[in-house]
Design a protein around this ligand. Structure first.
Ligand code: URA
Length: 264
């Protein structure tokens, strides 16, 4: 049996988890099978498959919560990809060739988040495969890792036409899926590539030059903003700063620091 204190702790954790789910765009939980009508009448609403919002709004301690409440399902990347489906949540859906979900190790310790797919990525369905992507690959290799060790994705899953900046409505639709990806991967560190990614993930409009170089917090995960590889292609002198940022990331992950810097 669970004591009153344990019960309060359990309910507190459950409430936090439900709040996180709601924040990430999940608005309902499947509970199967549904109880018989008489049993349901005896149960509080929040354990009978009602909306997350209703569950979160429930009183702090529910005396009627059964000791053996069903475990909440952990979401994996294929489930999140399936939830996106043939996404038409914003206007970009109609124009894309491929939805670019993400690539790499589903349990990566290090997650790179870029802005949005470009032309090459849209055609291939994989993030960072164009010129900027090749530079990112070299940065990853300079860290002693490969693309298969890390996970790479973008804030937006579909290409904005003409590589224009993402619009607020597009971000609003896509961002919950990114948060769900982060929760599934559970990275130890996130690197936000470029202004747009850093601004979206951190909810700030501070210049990237002021954000980079130190860790910030993204839902409990240390996040290092740095310059976007496409910016580095135009401003190669800035590679030094990016390498400094990546060395901090490597240190946090306990990776050996190579003697040579990225000669990308
Ligand atoms: N730039 C990005 O931000 N993401 C990509 O996938 C490619 C280029």
């Amino acid at each position: 049996m669970v004591g009153e204190l344990d019960r309060r702790e359990l309910i507190g954790s459950l409430r936090m988890y439900l709040e996180e789910l709601r924040e990430s765009g999940v608005d309902g939980l499947p509970f199967a099978p549904l109880p018989e009508p008489e049993e349901a009448a005896k149960m509080p609403e929040q354990v009978t498959g009602q909306s997350v919002a209703a569950a979160v709004a429930a009183p702090e301690v529910s005396p009627a919560l059964p000791d053996e409440a069903p475990a909440l399902p952990a979401e994996d990347l294929p489930a999140i990809r399936a939830a996106l489906g043939e996404c038409q949540r914003c206007a970009l859906g109609a124009k894309r060739t491929n939805l670019v979900f993400g690539v790499g190790n589903p349990s990566a310790r290090l997650l790179f988040v870029g802005e949005a797919p470009g032309r090459d990525e849209d055609l291939k369905g994989e993030p960072f495969v164009g010129e900027a992507g090749q530079l990112l690959t070299r940065i990853i290799q300079a860290m002693g890792l490969s693309r298969d060790d890390v996970y790479i994705c973008n804030v937006l899953k579909c290409r904005p036409p003409g590589n224009r900046n993402p619009e607020p409505a597009e971000i609003e639709q896509c961002q919950p899926f990114l948060l769900r990806q982060v929760r599934a991967i559970k990275p130890e560190v996130i690197v936000a590539l470029g202004t747009f990614s850093a601004h979206t993930l951190l909810g700030t409009s501070a210049p990237i030059s002021r954000l980079r170089g130190r860790f910030h917090d993204y839902h409990g995960v240390p996040l290092m903003p740095t310059f976007h590889p496409a910016f580095l292609l135009r401003n190669p002198a800035m590679k030094r700063e990016v390498w400094e940022d990546m060395q901090q990331v490597m240190e946090l992950l306990g990776l050996p620091l190579p003697a040579r810097k990225a000669d990308a």
